[in-house]
Write a protein that binds this ligand. Structure first.
Ligand code: GYE
Length: 333
């Protein structure tokens, strides 16, 4: 049995005791008296559990977090969970044991977080969700969720397609490359897209499978889709990387991406934007990975005991090939 509570009480007591000894010593050296409160050197330690390194989006997100922490003077403990929930839970438990000031993480899947979030809450460590959310009913288990509206991204993708195909007479066969099974972006993008095309019965999703948000996954699944379905008109990929992997499968099958098969993706990382500017992709709904500066700001506010909104939504746009051409020279990631 894991006796977290007792262990923490004892450790906390030791920490307070040693902190007040330090404070006392400092007071003796002429520093102002802290009135018995533990000395606070103002340093903030953030424990961050990252999903993995599955995509260009994720690399940009990791860089943004590391750079922003350094710029804000926040000590960052960083762990890459390699797309495994068990690794994230382990990392979070370690951060609790290390008594970091704040924990932030991007949950690989939506479900199964209640226990570890309760452990953090019981230890008095605030948690911030970044990028992806959890389906916990108890919203007091975390301070805020900062990230995109994934349903909207799926909906914008579907709306573009409805307009693009408005004069199509026959059936339009769509294949879908889903993100990581059980992840918020995969669930929500699928939902938003399906809702947007629902009123057009000629737009039909004929196959839908996960490519795990990776290039290799996108390529392998697209190969199967092409083998099994002689007529594919549209690919909807839940991220750029899967779309980029699928490009290889499409070209190898002797088809022209962007023409024989129209391609819609989400993210708008540099390689995706290049494919769009080159006419290999047709449309991208943006999802911004640059969450670092806002996250550090929230960490400071949470540490200072300020109230913050329960939900902070990232601002984003969409891109056509022309817009991608214009944006590419300034694209940082
Ligand atoms: O779209 C994908 C990444 O959670 C929004 O994860 C993120 C998604 C992003 O692997 O490329």
């Amino acid at each position: 049995m894991f006796t977290l509570g007792k262990q923490f009480t004892r450790r906390a007591a030791v920490a307070v005791l040693s902190a007040s000894l330090v404070a006392g010593a400092l007071a003796g050296c002429g520093n102002s008296d802290t009135g018995g409160e533990p000395a606070d050197d103002g340093k903030i330690t953030l424990g961050f559990s990252q999903v993995g390194a599955e995509s260009g989006w994720r690399t940009a997100n990791t860089n943004s977090i590391k750079e922003a922490a350094a710029a804000a003077g926040i000590e960052l403990k960083f762990d890459d969970a390699q797309q495994k929930q068990e690794n994230q839970i382990k990392a979070i438990r370690n951060y609790i044991l290390q008594k970091v000031d704040v924990i932030a993480f991007s949950p690989v899947v939506e479900s199964g977080w209640d226990n570890v979030l309760k452990e953090a809450k019981d230890a008095g460590i605030p948690v911030i969700l970044t990028d992806r959310s959890v389906d916990s009913a108890d919203k007091s288990l975390y301070k805020t969720f900062i990230g995109s509206d994934f349903v909207k991204e799926g909906r914008l993708s579907g709306e573009w397609l409805v307009n693009e195909m408005k004069s199509a007479t026959g059936p339009v066969n769509i294949v879908e490359l889903q993100g990581t099974t059980g992840s918020a972006p995969a669930n929500d993008r699928k939902k938003g897209f399906a809702e947007a095309i629902a009123a057009n019965p000629n737009l039909k999703i004929i196959a839908s499978q996960t490519g795990d948000f990776t290039r290799a996954g996108g390529k392998a699944v697209m190969e199967q889709f092409i083998k099994a379905n002689p007529k594919i008109d549209v690919l909807f990929a839940h991220n750029d990387d899967m779309g980029l992997g699928a490009l290889e499968a499409i070209t190898a099958a002797g088809k022209v991406p962007g023409k024989d098969i129209k391609i819609i993706t989400i993210d708008a990382v540099k390689d995706g934007m290049q494919a769009l500017a080159d006419g290999k992709f047709n449309f991208i709904a943006e999802c911004s990975p640059l969450l670092g500066p806002q996250l550090m700001d929230l960490v400071k506010k949470v540490k200072a005991g300020e109230t913050i909104p329960q939900r902070i939504e990232t601002e984003e746009t969409t891109f056509t090939p022309e817009q991608a051409k214009a944006a590419l020279p300034n694209r940082k990631y």
